[in-house]
Write a protein that binds this ligand. Sequence first.
Ligand code: 6LW
Length: 508
Amino acid sequence: MKYSNPIIRGFNPDPSICRSGRFYYLVTSTFEFYPGAPVYRSTNLVDWELISYALTRENGFKLGNCWSSGGLYAPTIRYHEGTYYIVTTNVSGEGHIIVHAKNPRGPWSKPVKVELPGIDPSITFADDTVYFTCTGRTPDENDCIVMTEINPVTGEILKEPVIISTGMSGKNPEGPHLYKIKDKYYLMLAEGGTEFGHMETIFRSDSPYGPYEGDPHNPIIRQRDNTHSSIRACGHADMVEDRRGRWWMVNLGVRNLTEPFVLLHNLGRETMLSSVVWTDEGWPVVGEDGFIFEEMEGELPGEEPVGPQNEFTDDFKDEKLNLNYGYLRDPEPENYELTPGGLLLHGSLVTLNDIASPTFIGLRQTEHCTKFKVNLRKISVEVGGRAGITAFYNESYHFEIYIGRDANGVYIGAARHIHDLFVEVYHENISPLVSSDVVRFIISADQTFYHASYKINGGKKREIARASTAGFCTEGTMSMTFTGTWLGMFAEKGDACFSDLSMTNKKS
Ligand code: 6LW
């Protein structure tokens, strides 16, 4: 069967996967975005439904005012004897935390700590033991992979951690996963760093504690060698066996902007799928000889794939907000009010420029070419307040169109934050709006620009500003970041009612 990569599009990095019966569950990183650790479910490995989050207000999780690209790093999900476990790292808080649930839709348990340094925790149930691996440092301060054994419910460490690998290349061995397959222990790692030198390697031993021999064909994902692929930076993988004994690999990758050789991506690191074939010598061959493509084929489990959904609409008539919405850090629930007229956002003094939790609610941008539209009514902001829509990467990289208020009354504005420059690029006072007035804001994105437009009461559409997509790329941020662009709604120092939302994608 043919399928398209990414299988989970937009900002969905560091995927980890497990299987229970005919259902597959996959979890990704979320950093400063809330809720934490989305759990997706599928029956065919290509069509995924977001069913829950492992870390939320309900189980006591908080991000505080974590720095952007802090918060929740890479997770791992595993299923064992009727219970699901997710382990991850809050690098801005408790470090490694683990939760469990009988139902992957939740409720998830309160997080317990695993008191070890490092990132990229993983657990393996084998030999009546729960092995715990993560990154570590050697005595001479080099990167390595360490392993111990834990109680997965309490997080208690049961054995002195030991170094089991420093990888093949020595640069950034991370994302470890340990598998026991036919009495051999396989240790799979991401190496090379999550940028364009990223790769995946695998090692094998008769003992979980090694010594490990490397696959003579390492790296098993070698996208770094294909400099003209439309998918780059592949690594940070996890493997799963389907009910027919076939193996599959999920990993992160990026889709470049414009030409394949332009090393810029604005959608974040996304989740890719490829098949795994084991050689007679007992080593895995991933995808097409270690390469992964946007269009692939495989003997997928389950039904024929439907493929990417290119239309998301919301009339805000449901009892709860759609699970696909994301927020920043610890949002105040009362600032997001579902009313008969739509989603009423209550803006606080916190703005999109702050490392905090502004009143923001967004969707991951899932294609380079997309159009995000929404109606605003009953806009009531103070002087200096704003309400509108935004293309948002983090507090230093965003572009928005909005209704604002200045000393002369209300105005249509557009503003851009890039690096340490925040500037209003358009400001036009308009006559006062009454409650029946409808402002429709549109942000349309292509490979080169985000375009901001508006209509009032169904009038002529006016484009008032644009911002280069290059300013939303991970490669260009002032500090090291790991996230992707969102398209969302926001309010600052006042309220606005949003309705008739649509996000329509076009294959670029
Ligand atoms: C992830 C680690 C990494 O934990 O980036 O560069 C971190 N490598 O594997 C965030 O995705």
